[in-house]
Design a protein around this ligand. Structure first.
Ligand SMILES: Nc1ncnc2c1ncn2[C@@H]1O[C@H](COP(=O)(O)OP(=O)(O)OP(=O)(O)O)[C@@H](O)[C@H]1O
Length: 247
């Protein structure tokens, strides 16, 4: 189980994440949604050890965030496509396997086939399209047999087939006991797939629950409406409507 307790991060005297709590059990997909600048990436960076929190604790079972055991159990697909351009896809996969001290196996081959990357993987990453780079990162994350995968906007740039494959993989991975933390602006997918959604606004968690619970609680038709009601965008709603009416 991933536990984030009272996580706060301050940049230049401003709290960009404030007393954030979240737990993710095995078999769960949990989304963090929030407007631009709400603090999603900062939370992920704290999970990965890229940013050190100002306050708070992060554990995977009994392992604190800074331990090797924690890091070995976590895989990550970033929103930004930072990959070594000169390597081929195969060489990159071998590099990730070495980092995690494991061998490439049948599962990796199956994932390469699933994302239709057999031919591309023989060529350097610099020749890949945006979607092909995203597929490379998804293959590298799902091959690891990790306990949790953090997915930051995993569907951005993927074609329809790859989106369907990724969603099926996410479901299968959690069915088998894995946990997924999904940071996304895609509320339709979050509503359809996630066991819980946590909505962030200005670094604070302003709502959390299953999409149906949130819709009932806030008397909304869908998660997008809930999002507008509880996030800072709600405050600007009247102004939006006026601008659109006069457009
Ligand atoms: N290194 C930094 N120094 C100062 N401020 C930062 C730094 N990194 C992030 N911030 C600020 O922290 C806030 C949260 O940013 P963050 O990137 O976590 O938001 P986000 O929810 O991921 O946004 P988006 O949806 O646009 O990706 C923003 O106001 C941002 O300007």
């Amino acid at each position: 189980m991933l536990t984030i307790q009272e996580l706060s991060k301050k940049f230049d005297q401003n709290f960009v994440v404030n007393q954030f709590d979240l737990t993710i059990q095995p078999h769960e997909i949990v989304a963090i949604a929030g407007p631009n600048g709400a603090g999603k990436t900062t939370i992920i960076n704290c999970l990965l050890g890229i940013t050190s929190p100002t306050n708070g604790e992060i554990h995977l079972d009994d392992f604190p965030q800074h331990t090797k055991e924690f890091k070995k159990r976590m895989a990550y697909v970033p929103d930004e496509l930072l990959l070594p351009d000169a390597l081929t896809g195969i060489e990159y996969i071998q590099f990730v396997n070495r980092m995690y001290e494991r061998e490439s196996g049948k599962k990796t081959e199956d994932l390469i086939e699933l994302f239709d990357m057999q031919d591309a993987f023989k060529k350097p990453i610099e020749t890949y399209s945006h979607g092909m780079k995203k597929k490379t990162q998804l293959i590298a994350a799902f091959m690891l047999n990790s306990q949790i995968i953090v997915l930051d906007e995993p569907f951005r740039g993927l074609d329809v087939e790859a989106i369907i494959m990724t969603k099926r993989l996410m479901e299968k991975y959690t069915e088998k006991g894995g946990s997924i933390l999904l940071a996304t602006h895609d509320l339709l997918s979050a509503e359809a797939m996630c066991n819980r959604v946590a909505i962030l606004s200005r670094g604070m968690k302003v709502a959390e629950g299953h999409a149906n619970e949130l819709k009932n609680q806030y008397d909304c038709k869908n998660l997008e409406e809930v999002f507008m009601k509880v996030s800072m965008l709600g405050e600007r709603r009247e102004r939006f409507e006026k601008i659109i009416d006069h457009f």
